[in-house]
Design a protein around this ligand. Structure first.
Ligand code: NI
Length: 255
C-alpha cells in the first residue's frame, strides 16, 4: 500500500474528475492520500473530500506562505473550527517561500510562527513548505518549538545535512516527483543517505509530475514512480519503500 503524503485534489485542476483521480490512485495501489490546504476555501474543500472518500482521503488545513498576506483573525477562527473535524490529521501547509515571494517575507515569518503555535494548540503535526529558506524555517521552528507534535518537511529541496538537522528535530522528510528528474542529484543523495524510517513520498499534485509523466498534470497515482525511484536508489523493492513510507505516514499523521 502506497500513501501519497501531499496532494492538492482540492484545487480546480481536479474539479471535473476528482473521483476518477481517486479511483486511479486506488487501482495503482495508493490506498490513502493527504489533501493539503493552502488557504481557507481549499482547506474547507480538503475536509469535504475527506468526508466524501472516508478512509482514503485525509485532510490538512492551513495557510500557505503565498497566501499569508491575506490571513486574519476571522480566517484563523474558521481554520480552528475546521481542524476539530476528525478527518483533519495535520496542520498545513505552512512555512516560507523565498523563491516566489508572493507575500512579503516578514509577513510570511510572522504567520508561520503564529500557525506553528496554532498547530501545537490543536495538537496537530505540521506540514512545512520550505523554498530557499532553510535556515529561517529551521530557526522559526526552533524558536516556536514547532516540533512539539512532529510533522514533515514537504517537497524537500535542501541537501542531506539539512535533512539530518530536521530529522534531529523530530521531522520526517517528504520526497516528491522531482527526484526522477535528471538534474535532481541532491534529492537522490538525500534518499540514499536518509534512513527509510525518516522518508515519506508525495506527488504535490497537480504540480511536479514525475518522469515518465513529466509536464503533465500530476495526480496521486503517480506517487508509485517516486517510490520506484527511491527503491532503485536504495537497492530495495518498491513494495519495501511503499510499506515503510506508509508506516511512517501512519506514525506521523495517524492516518
Ligand atoms: Ni503543496
Amino acid at each position: 500500500m502506497y500513501i501519497d503524503s501531499h496532494c492538492h485534489l482540492n484545487l480546480s485542476h481536479f474539479e471535473n474528475d476528482v473521483a476518477a483521480a481517486v479511483a486511479r490512485a486506488r487501482k495503482a495501489g495508493v490506498a490513502k492520500m493527504l489533501v493539503i490546504g493552502t488557504e481557507l476555501a481549499d482547506s474547507v474543500r480538503a475536509v469535504e473530500l475527506a468526508h466524501r472518500f472516508p478512509g482514503t482521503v485525509f485532510a490538512a488545513v492551513g495557510i500557505h506562505p503565498h497566501e499569508s498576506k491575506d490571513a486574519d483573525e476571522n480566517i484563523y477562527a474558521r481554520l480552528r473550527a475546521l481542524a476539530a473535524d476528525d478527518k483533519v490529521v495535520a496542520y498545513g501547509e505552512i512555512g516560507l517561500d523565498y523563491f516566489h515571494n508572493h507575500s512579503p517575507r516578514e509577513v510570511q515569518r510572522r504567520e508561520f510562527a503564529r500557525q506553528l503555535n496554532l498547530a501545537a494548540e490543536l495538537k496537530l503535526p505540521v506540514v512545512i513548505h520550505d523554498r530557499e529558506a532553510h535556515q529561517e524555517v529551521y530557526d522559526i521552528i526552533v524558536a516556536e518549538k514547532g516540533y512539539r507534535h512532529g510533522g514533515v518537511i514537504h517537497c524537500f529541496s535542501a541537501d542531506y545535512a539539512w535533512a539530518k538537522r530536521f530529522v534531529e528535530l523530530g521531522f520526517v522528510i517528504s520526497l516528491p516527483g522531482t527526484i526522477t528528474f535528471p538534474r535532481s542529484e541532491m534529492q537522490r543523495e538525500v534518499a540514499l543517505k536518509l534512513s527509510l524510517d525518516d522518508i515519506l513520498i508525495e506527488t504535490d499534485s497537480p504540480f511536479l509530475a514525475p518522469v515518465p509523466r513529466r509536464g503533465k498534470r500530476n495526480e496521486p497515482a503517480y506517487v508509485v514512480y517516486v517510490a520506484e525511484k527511491i527503491a532503485e536508489i536504495k537497492g530495495l523493492s518498491p513494495e519495501d519503500v511503499a510499506a515503510a513510507t506508509a508506516a511512517n505516514c501512519q506514525r506521523v499523521f495517524g492516518m
